[in-house]
Design a binder for this molecule. Structure first.
Ligand code: NAD
Length: 422
């Protein structure tokens, strides 16, 4: 397939080609078409971005909190100005429905506005001392260069949650977007933070080697990472010799407990939403459902009907409820979980296959499974796709024990009308 021109890394407020000339093609997961390409960055490229950020640090930290607040509000303002273009590109690149991307962008815009004011109101403190003639002061200082390493499932929101607070506090930034979804981040760089002083926010594209170069760079004291457990573990080990400050947001295997006293229809809709938003590719997606014994039959029937009504398609089509998964590698891993469950005796009530009416794109039908156990991958490992395994429980204590019996500890949902149940 012909390569389209690469935009380059964003360093010092301009596009800079990668040193090696190698590029990564970015695909539309609904059609498998190439949307564009970006540099497959190197250690050298990461170093250039860190050097630019480091050079900008002294000037940025000395701007007043009010000036920084105004510049962050300006980012939010420009996001609003370029709204349609960003939503369209995000939909083409990431795959989820337009309405979900509008929601993501609304959060990003709000995040920049929110941290603008948080930064404006950032205060130190003067503490009383037990000694005479002594004054204790707490003075808040920025760290310096913050590396923000981002996954593909919410490329802009997870970027905004890192970049906005770090900037408001006077830090400078190097972003490493996911190799699957770098285009919207570069779009924002060019159109929404081009008014920031050069070097304050930089973007280096590439695979994990670029993230690794940032993690081990001596001039990067803080790593803000969102991604998989395995990468988080690797980053922890690589940063340890430097005693760096790490913010790690990792994977999950969230349980949803359906209480014995709930409305079955409403709960089935809630489970379908919680498990299938973004095609089940959320760190806090519902990945295991525990249903009170007495409700299993009506709840299961209601859930299957909810799932049957969902329309699969490209996110860009307004009728779509569920878009494609992000890529072949991720769909293949998902399929190993479904096959493992099948082999171990699970029943597939609906789904369990690629939709026959799409010959392109990484689609998979939302899948409801029963007769599952905790030995199955789909009940123990992060599945990160459109699967809803259901398991009955007898007592509330048993449901809690099931929910807690996981190596993951991110989120969970309990649905009940009884506030005393928990
Ligand atoms: P990933 O770990 O494969 O990649 C995340 C980022 O890390 C990418 O930019 C990647 O290029 C980079 N990277 C890869 N290897 C690296 C290394 N050795 N050193 C430094 N950086 C490296 O994750 P993903 O597949 O992009 O995202 C999905 C995962 O993210 C899921 O596990 C999901 O649960 C998790 N996630 C967590 C949260 C949360 O808030 N807890 C939110 C969203 C996603």
């Amino acid at each position: 397939m012909a390569k389209k021109q690469s935009a380059g890394h964003w360093i010092n407020n301009q596009f800079v080609p990668g040193r090696s000339g190698d590029v990564i093609d970015v695909h539309n997961p609904a059609t498998e078409e190439v949307l564009g390409s970006v540099p497959a960055g190197s250690e050298h490229d990461a170093g250039a971005a860190v050097a630019a950020a480091k050079a900008a640090f002294d000037g940025w930290r000395r701007t007043s909190a009010n000036e920084r607040a105004d510049m962050l509000h300006e980012v939010a303002h420009k996001i609003r100005h370029h709204w349609e273009s960003i939503v369209e590109l995000l939909t083409l690149e990431q795959g989820k429905p337009v309405s979900e991307n509008e929601e993501e962008l609304e959060w990003v815009k709000t995040t920049f506005d929110y941290y603008a004011e948080m930064g404006r109101n950032l205060r130190g403190r003067v503490l009383p001392s037990a000694e005479t003639s002594q004054l204790n002061m707490v003075i808040k200082e920025p760290y310096g260069v913050v590396a923000c390493i981002i996954p593909w499932n919410y490329p802009l929101l997870l970027m905004g949650w890192k970049v906005a607070p770090a900037l408001a506090a006077g830090n400078v930034i190097v972003i490493k977007p996911s190799e699957m979804t770098p285009l919207t981040t570069l779009y924002l760089a060019e159109h929404c933070w081009d008014h920031l002083p050069p070097g304050v926010v930089n973007v280096v594209t590439g695979y994990g080697n670029v993230g690794e170069a940032l993690v081990t760079h001596p001039d990067v004291p803080v790593i803000a990472f969102t991604g998989s457990l395995a990468t988080g573990q690797r980053i922890s080990m690589q940063a340890a010799p430097f005693i760096k400050r790490l913010h790690l947001e990792l994977g999950g295997k969230d349980a949803f407990i359906v209480g014995p006293d709930v409305d079955v229809q409403v709960s089935a809709r809630a489970v379908a939403y919680s498990a299938l938003l973004n095609c089940g590719q959320i760190c806090t997606s519902t990945e295991r459902v525990y249903v009170a014994d007495g409700l299993v039959k009506p709840f299961t029937e209601a859930l299957v009907e909810e799932v049957r009504a969902l329309r699969i398609g490209p996110g860009i089509e307004p009728t779509t409820d569920i878009g494609p998964m992000i890529g072949e590698k991720y769909r293949a891993k998902f399929e190993t979980h479904i096959e493992d469950a099948r082999k171990r005796g699970a029943n597939v009530l609906i789904g369990g296959r690629r939709p026959p009416n799409f010959d392109r794109g990484y689609f998979y039908e939302p899948t409801v499974l029963t007769n599952v156990d905790h030995e199955m991958l789909v009940m123990s490992e992060e599945t990160f796709g459109p699967a809803i395994p259901l398991m009955p429980y007898k007592t509330f204590d048993e449901a809690i024990a099931f929910a807690n019996g996981s190596q993951y500890g991110l989120g969970a949902v309990l649905r009940t009308n009884d506030p005393l149940l928990a």
